[in-house]
Design a binder for this molecule. Structure first.
Ligand code: ASP
Length: 345
């Protein structure tokens, strides 16, 4: 690791930053000093590390879109002074935050690595130290020409570095809690750290970093299940101001052929609402038209989400709706990869 490298550690909260409240026994965020006191190793690392702390640090279940704006503004304000960024963030909504931040940072040419832990830093069996140390080393890693090895938004958790907008939290208690089901890992840490350059986004052009903070959260997630009531679905699709729906369909993108189901979707797309189809399965892709049960969706104007994760679908839609007023523009951009979040087939 190059001693000249510098990394900014951005503390936003999450279990990693928590301690037990003596009165209630519940985990709640500590302050920056208390938290860093559990990480004396930081000063021994051959990387210049600075820390910046959100005030207050929060449990990531309290994250809302304005929190993503705070994260990208922090990165923008410090971009020229650091070689890489490590964002300590709770696990619960981390996949949403990493996805959102990936869409909001344009021309990113430095690593932004989200990490955290399942057990607080101060706990004896905590996974925190390993995650933080690995993330810092990866954020500082450069080739001989000084180019960063992982110039994209990613998540490091228990041995694996994954593309942020491909990940999902998959376990409440395993240390191995994140997985990018539809995309190979960017790096793996063992005795040595192995990088997989073919899986990593190439360095973007030399244009300066831009942040795009326009987000529109007028969307809903509609998960299908046998027995979904017409009235419930109608109520969801007729919420005033609604602009987009993430439809979580069955298997490779299938849905019931009932007339009322088709009609509700068709009426919604006729009103300009964008409906994207992603699968309830964790691996594989939506293939509209493969079965008769997805032909109706196509006819109703539903758009394929291919292998997009729920987290990336929600945040990509917020980003596109924030930036484009017209349905056709949102759909056109939806159907292309912005920063490696989808494999279009
Ligand atoms: N509730 C915590 C959070 O997301 C869980 C964690 O960090 O592991 O902030």
């Amino acid at each position: 690791m190059n001693k000249d490298q510098s990394v900014l550690l951005i503390l936003t909260g999450g279990t990693i930053s928590m301690g037990e409240d003596p009165k209630t026994g519940a985990l709640a965020p500590l302050d920056k000093e208390q938290m860093l006191s559990f990480l004396p190793e930081l000063s021994q690392l051959p990387v210049k590390i600075s820390t910046i702390s959100f005030n207050p640090m929060i449990d990531s279940s309290d994250v809302a879109p304005d929190f993503w704006v705070k994260i990208v503004e922090t990165i923008r304000d410090n971009y020229d002074r650091f070689d890489g960024f490590v964002v300590l963030h709770g696990t619960d909504t981390r996949a949403y935050s990493a996805s959102a931040v990936s869409f909001m940072l344009k021309n990113l040419a430095k690593p932004v690595i989200f990490t955290g832990s399942q057990l607080p830093l101060g706990f004896l069996r905590s996974d925190a130290k390993e995650n933080v140390m690995n993330a810092i080393e990866m954020a500082a890693a450069h080739d001989e020409q000084g180019r960063p090895l992982v110039p994209e938004v990613s998540i490091f958790f228990e041995s694996f570095l994954m593309r942020g907008n491909r990940t999902t939290k998959r376990s409440t208690d395993n240390f191995n809690a994140f997985r990018a089901y539809n995309y190979p890992n960017l790096a793996k840490s063992g005795v040595h750290i192995k990088y997989f350059p073919v899986n990593i986004l190439p360095l973007s052009n030399n244009n300066p970093l831009e942040i795009n903070t326009k987000l529109d959260n007028n969307i809903v997630i509609l998960t299908l299940f046998p027995g979904l009531r017409k009235e419930v679905m109608a109520a969801m699709l007729n919420v005033p101001g609604l602009r987009a729906v993430v439809l979580k369909s069955y298997g490779s993108g299938n849905a019931p052929r009932t007339e009322w189901f088709y009609q509700l979707l068709k009426d919604a797309t006729d009103r300009g609402i964008i409906i994207v189809n992603i699968s309830q399965c964790q691996t594989g892709s939506v293939e509209m038209g493969r079965y008769e049960t997805s032909l109706n969706l196509q006819k109703a104007g539903v758009v394929s989400g291919y292998d997009t994760t729920l987290e990336a679908a929600v945040t990509k839609l917020m980003h596109l709706l924030g930036n484009y007023d017209h349905r056709e523009d949102v759909v056109r951009h939806w159907e292309a990869s912005i920063c490696g979040e989808v494999t279009i087939q």
